[in-house]
Design a protein around this ligand. Structure first.
Ligand code: SAH
Ligand code: SF4
Length: 344
């Protein structure tokens, strides 16, 4: 929802000051899907608003719901015709996390990621980012057949299409709106931003949002392998990422999540585990680093997911090294809405 446009419209139509607050409440807290639902407004004003503007900055092409109803994916058509995807996940009973896209496609081209393989079109605006959350709030509200008691979104993760730190100005504005008590009102701790490793972005997060969670898609503990699968590592290698995290911890006391996608025969051997442990220990601040082992979700790339045995072995080695690690449950694979499968 374009608040600036709404405010301007209300001003030009001689509406009293409180009207804006009334509309914000209806749109962001009550998640109305259209102006005509806001019964506290006069019929004339509702009609005018319907004619002048839309609540969402895209149209919804399709919503896919997994059989267990714990993950859904929506295909959204932006005003310029570009398509993006957004995912809603319920990792815990009555907890709904929205996974937002920050770009149409992604320029970083990680080998194992279908977004990366589909190329890059453009950055999303802050409005296009936050509207993904607004859309799911509306959707949850209007889908009571799922008998969802607590139907509101409680977390937002920037883990959809795109690299958030290559679109920082708009991502920053979207984070500001998501934490604005008059708009979405999320606590900073309910938000997470994931990066493939852009030191400048990590520094800006520490400065601007030290309470928002940071995830780093590490995936490899040695440069040679990381560069082979993640081209961004040729620009910013592990030494630079280590320094970026060390600086981050000077400003933020939040735990950082190190994401590690388990690729069969690529990064899941004992040697890989040792390299990972060495790198993580070299950062220091071990109590603030948590490794998430992620299942690889099939894309059309040449990779295969590691076996359960290899994953457990790697996990146990890291535990023996006194590192904090969990195997993350993958949701949404059936609807191709899991990490790395978003390709519109
Ligand atoms: N560009 C950012 C955020 C979006 S990707 C980043 O890379 O961090 C969200 C997460 O999904 C990242 O950790 C990414 O590495 C991971 N991912 C990409 N492809 C995947 C796949 N095929 N299976 C599992 N995870 C994948
Ligand atoms: Fe882009 Fe992240 Fe996919 Fe890499 S993993 S291509 S950075 S979206």
């Amino acid at each position: 929802m374009n608040i600036t446009k709404l405010e301007k419209f209300l001003g030009e139509n001689g509406q009293p000051k409180f009207r804006l607050e009334q509309l914000k409440k209806a749109i962001f807290k009550e998640a109305v899907a259209s102006f005509s639902e806001i019964s506290t407004l006069s019929k004339d004003l509702r009609d005018e608003l319907e004619k002048e503007m839309k609540i969402l900055s895209f149209s919804v092409e399709k919503v896919l719901v997994a059989k267990d109803k714990k993950s859904m994916k929506a295909l959204l058509k932006l005003n310029d015709g570009n398509l993006i995807e957004t995912v809603l996940l319920s990792p815990l009973e009555n907890t709904w996390s929205v996974c937002v896209s920050s770009q149409v496609g992604c320029p970083l081209g990680c080998e194992f990621c279908s977004t990366g393989r589909s190329g890059f079109k453009r950055n999303l605006t802050a409005e296009e980012i936050t509207d993904q959350v607004l859309f799911w709030k509306q959707w949850l509200k209007n889908n009571f057949e799922f008998k969802i008691k607590n139907y509101d979104v409680s977390k937002v993760v920037y883990m959809g299409m795109g690299e958030p730190f290559l679109n920082w100005e708009q991502v920053k504005k979207s984070l500001t709106d998501l934490t604005d008590p008059k708009l979405f009102g999320f606590g900073a701790r309910s938000l997470s931003v994931s990066t493939a490793g852009i030191p400048e972005g990590i520094a800006k997060m520490a400065e601007d949002f030290p309470q928002i969670n940071l995830a780093l898609s590490l995936h490899f503990g040695v440069d040679e392998k990381r560069s082979a699968c993640m081209p961004i590592n040729r620009q910013y290698d592990l030494t630079e990422l280590r320094e970026a995290l060390q600086k981050y911890f000077k400003l933020s006391n939040r735990q950082v999540f190190l994401e590690y996608v388990m690729l069969d025969g690529i990064n899941d051997s004992q040697k890989d585990a040792e390299a990972l442990a060495r790198f993580v220990k070299s950062i220091g601040k071990l109590q603030l680093l948590h490794i998430n082992l992620i299942r690889y979700n099939a894309t059309d790339a040449k990779f295969k997911a590691s076996s359960k045995e290899h994953t457990l072995k790697l996990k146990n080695y890291l535990l023996d090294q006194n590192l904090s690690v969990t195997i993350r449950k993958s949701l949404g694979e059936e609807i191709q809405g899991a990490c790395g499968q978003l390709a519109a």
